[in-house]
Design a protein around this ligand. Sequence first.
Ligand SMILES: [Zn+2]
Length: 465
Amino acid sequence: MKIAFHGAARAVTGSKHLITLNNNTQILLDCGMFQGMGPVTDKLNGYFGFEPSNITYLILSHAHIDHCGLLPRLVAEGFKGNIYATPATMDLTRILLMDSAKIQEQDAEFMNRKRKEHEEVEEPLYTEEDVVKTLSQFKVVNYNEAFKIDDQISLNLTDAGHILGSAAVHLTINEDGKETRITFSGDVGRYGDLLLKSPQRFEQSDYVIMESTYGDSLHKDLDPIEDMLLEIIKNTCLVKKGKVIIPAFSVGRTQELLYALNGLELKNKLPDVAYYVDSPLSIQATEVLKNHPEVYNSGVKQVLKVDDDIFNFKGLKFIESVEESKALNNDSRPCVIISASGMAEGGRVRHHIRNNIGNKKNTILMVGYAEPNSLGGKLAAGNKSVYIFREDHDVLAEVASIKSMSAHGDYEDLLHFLACQNPSKVKQLFLVHGEYEVQQNFAVKLKEKGFKHVAIPEYHQEYEI
Ligand SMILES: [Zn+2]
C-alpha cells in the first residue's frame, strides 16, 4: 500500500493524508483547510493533489477547520463515501462548517462587489448547501469501539485529549494475507487539561503519523490557571478599574476559561465584575460541549456533583447581537470580555482590542497559541505598536499570557503519547503538522527515544509501505 501527504506537510494547516491499498481502496485521513499561508492559501485550497471521487472512506480526527474545513469542497467535487468520526466531532463539525461556509460566501460576495469588469467572478470554496450534503455522509464511531469498515479495514478511535471529540485514529488493514497497523495521532492534547481527559494509550502500531506542532517547546506554567486568572482580573478590574480583553478560540479555550472562572466562584474568590462571552460561535460550541459530558475528565465530574452548570456563574452574560457587542465600547465599568478569534486575526475581539489597547489600565490576556504574524502573536511578542483596521495603535494596555492554556501538548506530552509504543517495532514514524525546523528538532528527540526511522514528508510526497 501507499501513503501520501497532501497537507500539513512541513506546515501546520491543511491536514490530509491518503492511504491507497493495492486494490485501489483509498482512505483519506482528515480533509483540512490551509489557513494563514499568505497569498498562496487560496491556491493550496483549490487543488487536492488527488481525485475526490476516487476516495472510498474518510476518517476525521477532530473538528478544527485545519482538519475538516475542506470536507464540503471534497463532497462538491465528487466524494460520496462515509465520513467516520466520534459523535462529539460530528456535532462540533456541523457548527464549525456552517460558520465556515458563511464566511466563504460573504468573502466571495465582498470580492464580487469590488470586482472590476474584466476580473473573474469569485466563487465561494463551498456553500451551506454543500455542508448539509457533507453532514449526511457522517457515520459515528465511539471511542474504543472495534469498528469494522469493511472486510479488509477496521478502525479504532482513542481519545486524543485535544478538543471535544478529538481522536487518534488506529487502522488495522489486511492486505494480501498481511496485517498492517497504522496510527494517525490527529492533534494531541495535554496531560492534565482542565476539562478533557488525557490522551489515551493505544496498541502497538507498525506505522505512526504523528503531529509535531510543539515538537521543540515546553509550555507548562508554574501556577494553576485559576490563580493566574484571578491575579490578572483583580489587578486590572479591582485595582486599576480597567477591562480584561481575552482573545480565545470559540472551541476549547473559551469553555476552559468559563470553567476556571466558575471554579473561582465555587471557592467564593471570583471578583464581582461583569463577564462577557462575545462570540455567537462560542455560545454554540459551549452548548455542544454541555451535550457531551462523556468527554469530561474526573475532576469535572466531581464539580458536576455540586454544580450542574459548570460554564455559568454570577455576572456572566453571553452576547449574540452586534449592537450589544458595540454597546460594550461605551460602558466604562471594569469587566472581562472573552471573544474570538483566538489569534485576534478576525472576529469581534479585534474591535475590543482596538478600543482598549490605548489605555494602560486595561489588560489584553493571550491564552493558547497565536501564529507569530497574527495580531495576537505580535502582542504576545511584546510589540509596542500594532496595526489594526488600517491604523497604527500604540500598545499602552498591559499584555499578559497564560501559556499552559494550549490545546496542543508540548514535546513532553507528545513523547508521553508515544511512550506506549515499543520504538523498535515501529517501522516508520512520519512527522506531520509542524514547522520544518521544529520537526527536525523533534526527530532528534524521537531518535534518542529509540525510533530509528523518522521521516518528515514533503507536500504531496508518497511512500510505499
Ligand atoms: Zn486541532
